[in-house]
Design a protein around this ligand. Structure first.
Ligand code: ADP
Ligand code: ADP
Length: 231
């Protein structure tokens, strides 16, 4: 479980331009479930995600994973256990698809052949045609690039995944395919997922639980998205 306990992030604290992006957030993301944070642009979604893998340091409060304070962990070890997927896949442009996916295992010391074989399995698993494996990212469609991004994040088999609007930059038809494949994949893998979106329909479709954020705090926290429809 990922737990945020009274977490606040103020950019430029103590200056005239101080912005409190996250204000006193307490939230639990249960193990093996998809927790969606939904809300308008500027409400602090990206900031919240990036505090989990310590790309951003909270101003106050604590974030724990399975009871361990993330601030006390070795940051490299922390990040090995956390996959991260962003809106534009952020692939390495000068590496082929298979080498993009194999990058993290290689850095962890897995030999080239094993890393590539595993990468090929993941490439198929996320619904990509294996014939695309030798291409470079620029030779893929946006939807294909996002699939590679998901495969790359899964390559180290992290128990936790942070997903920041991963399906927002593709057209609606492809988005729906990606969402459906993601749900199928997750029903096999059972990762602990924090998923950020501004799209309420996506939140309801994907979330085992949904937290509705607004600028300045949490509006509602719902155990079951069905309740969101009822409210
Ligand atoms: P969207 O969520 O609509 O795709 P972005 O992710 O580009 O938009 O940005 C979200 C919001 O956060 C925007 O209002 C943007 O202006 C603001 N923002 C993002 N990064 C910064 C930053 N480094 N400094 C100030 N504001 C930022
Ligand atoms: P969201 O992901 O919901 O769009 P963000 O976390 O990107 O929201 O941003 C929340 C608020 O913090 C916004 O007001 C944004 O302008 C501000 N912000 C984000 N990043 C920075 C930054 N690096 N420096 C200053 N302000 C920032």
């Amino acid at each position: 479980m990922i737990r945020f306990e009274r977490v606040t992030k103020t950019y430029g604290a103590g200056t005239a331009g101080a912005t409190t992006a996250v204000d006193d957030l307490t939230l639990e993301a249960p193990t093996g479930r998809i927790t969606v944070l939904v809300g308008p642009s500027g409400c602090g979604k990206t900031t919240t995600l990036r505090m989990v893998n310590r790309m951003i340091t909270p101003t106050s409060g604590t974030i724990t994973i399975d009871g361990r304070d993330t601030a006390a962990l070795d940051v490299a070890e922390l990040r090995r256990n956390i996959g991260y997927v962003i809106q534009h896949a952020g692939l390495f442009p000068h590496r082929t698809v298979v080498d993009n996916v194999a990058t993290v295992p290689r850095l962890l010391g897995v030999d080239r052949r094993t890393a590539r074989a595993r990468a090929m399995e993941l490439i198929e698993r996320v619904g990509l045609d294996p014939s695309l494996a030798r291409r470079y990212p620029a030779q893929l469609s946006g939807g294909q690039q996002q699939r590679v991004g998901v495969a790359r994040a899964l390559a180290a088999d992290p128990p936790v995944m942070l997903m920041d609007e991963p399906f927002s930059a593709v057209d609606p038809v492809v988005r729906e395919q990606l969402q459906n494949e993601f749900l199928r994949l997750q029903s096999d893998l059972g990762k602990t997922i924090l998923f950020v979106t501004h799209d309420i329909d996506e939140a309801i479709k994907l979330g085992d639980q949904v937290a509705v954020l607004r600028v300045g705090g949490v509006l509602a926290q719902l155990d079951t998205p069905a309740r969101l429809l009822a409210d």
